[in-house]
Design a protein around this ligand. Structure first.
Ligand code: GUN
Length: 297
């Protein structure tokens, strides 16, 4: 039977709709407008596209959007001073420093200078520690989006075997923590994993986040498994031009899987939707209000 296609584009639109509803209520009931500041250092073309899209969607859900675009050669002290200013600005509830940063800037130092309560990426070591110990935290946006789609599709994930391929701080590790939090039996596989095909074949849930185009073939997938493809890779088409593909070979995996996210239109749109959700969550917590149900873990 053909796999169910998990429509991340439609799901993300629903999440943004929920965010907009909460933003409207915060304004009407409390006179508060959630504010998100995005900091971009340098002119990386992909980052410029992301930042523009984040700003547009932030405004669309009724939030305040602030963008700081700094020269590629910005001194670390100047970036840290800007972050300090945003940390103390009461109208800013979320701060995102777009990665990667130019090589002369210490990414860990910069990320850890953000107030953890405003760290809507969930990358600050305090948030990493809170997530790992099952406490309220800011949860990284891409894994949060993946978890929302998995919960929506399966209801409970309890007892399922999950394999996360990739061990990045942004996706692989927090994804594994979230799946563990939902009582999955979790394996984190990576480039040194032995017999990767056999490891993946055991999984009821496969999350592929390696950044290698079409690396997972259909014969690695257990029949009926759910495949979440985090990869966004641009490849050349044989007839000329390029197209986007994920980390899994979509056609062969979709023939075996029970459910699968497409690329584009799967995980990608959920990331910005979850960034907006995290900003509302941060704003609520900053004002002593409960975080909206369904928009966080
Ligand atoms: N660069 C690519 N993805 C991300 C992300 O989720 N957050 C930040 N800050 N930078 C990124």
């Amino acid at each position: 039977m053909a796999a169910t296609v998990i429509d991340g584009k439609a799901f993300a639109a629903r999440v943004r709709g929920q965010v907009a509803t909460h933003v409207a209520a915060l304004k009407a009931d409390h006179g508060i407008t959630p504010g998100l500041a995005v900091v971009l250092v340098g002119e990386d073309p992909a980052s410029q596209v992301y930042v523009k899209s984040k700003g547009k969607m932030t405004l669309e859900v009724g939030m305040k959007s602030v963008e700081h675009k700094l020269d590629a050669g910005t001194a670390e002290a100047d970036l840290l001073a800007l972050i300090h200013q945003l940390n103390t600005d009461p109208e800013i509830h979320g701060i995102l420093v777009q990665l990667p940063l130019p090589g002369h800037l210490d990414e860990d130092l910069v990320i850890n200078s953000i107030d953890p309560a405003k760290d809507v990426d969930g990358f600050h070591i305090s948030n990493v520690g809170l997530l790992g110990t099952g406490q309220d935290s800011m949860v990284p946006c891409t894994p949060l989006g993946c978890l929302m789609m998995l919960r929506d599709h399966h209801g409970s994930l309890s007892g399922m075997d999950a394999v996360v391929i990739g061990r990045s701080n942004i996706v692989g590790k927090p994804m594994a923590q979230l799946l563990l939090g939902d009582s999955c039996t979790v394996t984190i596989a990576h480039s040194r994993t032995k017999d990767l095909a056999d490891v993946v074949r055991r999984a009821d849930i496969v999350v592929a986040a390696v950044g290698r185009p079409q690396m997972v073939p259909g014969d690695w997938i257990k029949p009926g498994a759910t495949v979440i493809d985090v990869g966004i890779n641009r490849i050349d088409k044989p007839e000329g031009g390029t197209r986007l593909v994920g980390d899994v070979d979509y056609d062969s995996c979709a023939a075996v899987a029970g459910a699968i996210t497409p690329v584009p239109g799967g995980v990608g749109p959920m990331t910005i939707a979850c960034l907006l959700a995290n900003t509302v969550t941060a704003c609520c917590r900053a004002n002593g209000l409960p975080a909206p149900e369904g928009l966080t873990v």
